[in-house]
Design a protein around this ligand. Structure first.
Ligand SMILES: Nc1ncnc2c1ncn2[C@@H]1O[C@H](COP(=O)(O)OP(=O)(O)O)[C@@H](O)[C@H]1O
Ligand SMILES: [Mg+2]
Length: 507
């Protein structure tokens, strides 16, 4: 290679030295090295090449490189060669593709080939190829692949076994209770509640079957305009008995005047039931499960929270996987969350799990608001900037907390509205005597007076503001007049403005 750079006047001895050095380098290489001219005729081969291909140097030199290329890939090989000639640079041949070479005995070996060009003695281009036999590496890779697929198979079998075990256990329990109750009735030893107990067990069994069915053949949801609050109430009624027996209280916090969603109510109810069941399992000694529903960015956000064990950090990435369960054998099927996630996804929604500060878990899913309502909202906001309140939009801000009152006032004024602050119900009433407002924004509880007193005043006085009453609260009672909007504390400025804008649009 030194010979390359030797300029005119370099003596013959130099050239010989250079060649000797080149040979030493090439022969000490662990790779097979071949040199060919651009026509593909081999002009040099090292000892490793002899070993690799089974030909002697004499047999190789003068032959076409095609001698070493298996027939079935010869076409592709000449393509690679043309590619390389068109754009010669030092690089692996056929990068990313499997290459094979043919030995003298006809066997094929997987190889990796590095290519580079050099100038020959009379300035002609030569191609230098270094070839390494990667049979061992291929074998190792294949072994790893086989092991992986074995592992996958055994995991699958384990999962199926686990599922069967879980289902069998749960169905057995159900059958046990049903049998006992039936015998009690037959033997005339009834205490009156047997039918209810049997019914509960049947409901439990049907839930398992439902999950299995969704899993075995996912059906696309039968969409209809439904309301999330209705679905939650249905789920609550379904779960009530079971939870009551386990000393679990179910609290709901449902925002007022929620827009409809386009969903399959039965399926969404199933999602809720699965989340409730998990929360229940996380608090074996009893406690509270909280369901919260609110509107966020044109989506209905529903969360089910408990103060139980929380999700083990190592499991948090896997809990939505089918068959994944941390519950003891025979307790869980590992289908609940995977079914829930499947249903939510089919509705164009998302679902997340998180542990709560202070303990417990919260599962939250979002469903898009029904398309009708969305377009209505967009049209209603007209062409002006969507986050500006209409000019002269007056809001009565009632809160005994000065900080909160002041920040609401600023938020409203920064978006072009006019805010009148009041620090208690009585002051609010005085303000209402002076003027009318587009919206009354009122704290839930102030100085031993509830914001609802102000709402009642508005309805009693038949004031238009009664239809535009926003209650700010951390946890609202579930039995609120549907015309009241709930703004859950703490809220972002954007959420406040969005709530006000919704009233502005509804007129
Ligand atoms: N509220 C929760 N608190 C703690 N862990 C939970 C909760 N919800 C789900 N998990 C975890 O997620 C896993 C998967 O839940 P799921 O798919 O419903 O299956 P299963 O309830 O049959 O175990 C549970 O085994 C549990 O580890
Ligand atoms: Mg479950």
């Amino acid at each position: 290679m030194d010979g390359e750079s030797s300029g005119p006047g370099t003596g013959r001895t130099d050239r010989q030295h250079a060649e000797a050095r080149f040979r030493a380098v090439v022969e000490s290489s662990p790779y097979a090295i071949l040199m060919a001219d651009t026509a593909g005729k081999m002009i040099f081969a090292n000892q490793q090449a002899e070993i690799l291909f089974g030909y002697s140097q004499a047999e190789l030199i003068g032959q076409s490189i095609d001698l070493l290329v298996p027939d079935r890939v010869r076409g592709r090989h000449s393509e690679y060669r043309r590619e390389f000639e068109a754009n010669p640079s030092t690089r692996p041949m056929g990068a990313g593709r499997d290459l094979y070479a043919r030995r003298k005995d006809g066997t094929e070996i997987p190889v990796e080939i590095g290519l580079t060009t050099l100038k020959g003695p009379s300035g002609e281009t030569l191609v230098l190829a270094s070839i390494v036999d990667i049979t061992r590496r291929k074998q190792a890779e294949q072994m790893i692949q086989e092991k992986e697929s074995q592992l996958w198979q055994s995991q699958k079998l384990e999962a199926v076994g686990r599922l069967a075990g879980g289902v069998a256990h749960e169905i057995n329990n159900i059958l046990g209770v049903v049998m006992a109750m039936a015998e009690t009735i037959r033997d005339g030893e009834t205490r009156g509640d047997e039918a209810g107990i049997i019914l509960n067990q049947a409901v439990k069994g049907s839930k398992i079957v439902k999950d299995l069915l969704v899993y075995s053949r996912p059906t696309s949801p039968a969409l209809a305009e439904v309301r999330m609050d209705d679905i939650v109430q249905r789920a609550v009624r379904m779960a009530a008995n079971d939870l009551h027996l386990r000393h679990i209280e179910l609290k709901t916090d449902i925002a007022g005047s929620l827009p409809a969603i386009s969903a399959d109510a039965d399926q969404i109810e199933q999602v809720l039931m699965n989340l409730i069941a998990n929360a229940r399992d996380a608090i074996p000694a009893g406690g509270t499960i909280e369901i919260r529903v609110e509107e966020k960015d044109f989506r209905i956000q529903t969360s089910v929270a408990d103060r139980g064990t929380g999700i083990p950090p190592a499991a948090i990435d896997k809990i939505f996987d089918p068959f994944f369960s941390t519950k003891e054998e025979g307790k869980g099927t590992g289908l609940g969350l995977s079914v829930a996630a499947g249903i939510v996804k089919a509705h164009g929604g998302t679902i997340q799990a998180a542990n709560r500060p202070g303990g417990g878990a919260v599962l939250t899913f979002h469903l898009p608001v029904s398309a009708n309502r969305k377009t209505a909202g967009v049209e209603g906001s007209g062409s002006e900037s969507p986050d500006r309140l209409p000019a002269g939009f007056r809001v009565l801000v009632v809160d005994d907390d000065e900080g909160l009152r002041e920040s609401c006032v600023r938020a409203i004024e920064s978006r072009g509205g006019r805010a009148v602050p009041a620090e208690c119900v009585d002051e609010a009433v005085r303000c209402l005597d002076q003027e009318t407002f587009e919206v009354v924004l009122c704290d839930y509880y102030m100085n031993r007076k509830y914001g609802m007193e102000l709402y009642r005043y508005l309805t009693d006085q038949k004031r238009a503001e009664a239809r535009h009453f926003i209650l700010m609260t951390g946890l609202a009672p579930s039995s609120l007049e549907p015309s009241i909007t709930v703004l859950t504390k703490p809220f972002r400025k954007a959420e406040l403005i969005e709530a006000l804008l919704r009233h502005a649009r509804s007129g």
